[in-house]
Design a binder for this molecule. Sequence first.
Ligand SMILES: Cc1cc2nc3c(=O)[nH]c(=O)nc-3n(C[C@H](O)[C@H](O)[C@H](O)COP(=O)(O)OP(=O)(O)OC[C@H]3O[C@@H](n4cnc5c(N)ncnc54)[C@H](O)[C@@H]3O)c2cc1C
Length: 438
Amino acid sequence: MNRTIVGAFWLVVYLIVILSPLFIMMIRPAPAERSFWVEFSVGLGFVGLVQTAVQFALIARYKTITAPYGIDLILKYHRQIATIAIALLIAHPVILVIHNPALLSLLNPVGGSMASRAGNWALYTFILLALLSHFRQRIRLDYEVWRVTHAGLAILAILLSHVHIRLSAYYTATPWKHGVLIGISVVMIASLGYLRLIKPAFMRRRPYRVVNVAADRGDTWRLTVEARGHDGMRFKPGQFAWLKLGPSPYSVEEHPFSFSSSAQDPERLEFGIKELGDFTGAIGSLPAGTTAYLDGPHGAFSPDLEPAAGYVFYAGGVGITPFISMLRTLADRGDKRPILLFYGDKSWEETAFTDTLAGLVERLDLTIVYVLENPPEAWDDEEGFIDADVLERRLPDEGIERLHLICGPAPMLAAVEAALQERAVPLRLIRFERFDLV
Ligand SMILES: Cc1cc2nc3c(=O)[nH]c(=O)nc-3n(C[C@H](O)[C@H](O)[C@H](O)COP(=O)(O)OP(=O)(O)OC[C@H]3O[C@@H](n4cnc5c(N)ncnc54)[C@H](O)[C@@H]3O)c2cc1C
């Protein structure tokens, strides 16, 4: 089905679910009327709660939901909307207190009724969850520890919210109404079970085996895995998968990597992995034969999803990996469309996949512009960063109407986007991939 229609469908479902508490509040039997501000604050609380519960479905990697938007957009939305949901939950008691200052004790986590205490604890747990996510990198909280804590705190906060609602027993004095609210939370939290239990059970049936780990420049490793006893993973060039290494598909440790191999060979998959932390730093010492599991393919960053007369690719550092897959795939398909690749890195010694690219120039209508921060002596390509000046010199006017795909560090994405705007490249022709989803 058309991606726009599927996307619109899920948007409508989403709106119905998050607004459902308001519809339920209006259905008879309705409790005795209260002032507008009290009802408004309760409404915000209900919508905020359902919105936080829906977050579980957003991050569960249901392909049917993520496909129309791309998982990076969904995860970005998750971060932003979760903050808004928590703001709604904070607004709930604050409006009550502003409306009636005598209710100030509502904000005391150890005083007041059991109902208000449960509400406070839920709220403070949500706030802690948001703060830990926001400051995770600054306080150097290990990614895996954060991920488990994040899910645990979210479940605890939702549970406490339901205790608060039950004990407050106003709208939820009608059992079916509270039943519906609990049902929404249970269904949403069950998505976590799908992600952590059901998906790995399927992955167990489709294992891979590490067949090669080769060093490239710039602390990058080329990791090749082969399907064991199945037909591999069909993906679109530019997509990525979450990789787990070791005997268990249930392990908490998994990391996203773009495929760098050709999509024409789904049984033998390659990833270009740059050393950054614990997981990526251990790739170089991985013994051949190690079992691997893949959750994928994911992502909407692919030339296959758009019709185009040609391409302009912009890669920064290890952001080259999805383009290697795209170029290898287009070459294997005998594609003749023109491709211009801007590839920026610190120095020539740190630039990975140069040998692969040299081979691809022979097979495609491919022009490569290397842009090095610290070029070697007698360098005859570009120096500095991929920016408006470089594009002015090297992006021909006929390139403007091609599809522009960009992957690299955040400052590079911003610089290229600004430069493309200067060259009046239409927004509909620009696509990004970010390696910093979380
Ligand atoms: C869509 C996508 C495609 C990517 N493709 C590539 C690629 O082709 N080659 C490559 O070298 N890198 C790629 N990355 C980045 C790669 O996932 C991280 O470098 C890697 O997970 C770091 O793990 P670490 O334990 O070695 O480092 P850590 O020090 O643990 O992590 C460094 C940072 O990486 C991010 N990160 C860590 N674990 C995860 C995780 N499980 N999920 C999401 N982000 C995480 C966090 O922001 C963390 O702060 C990609 C990332 C994304 C989101």
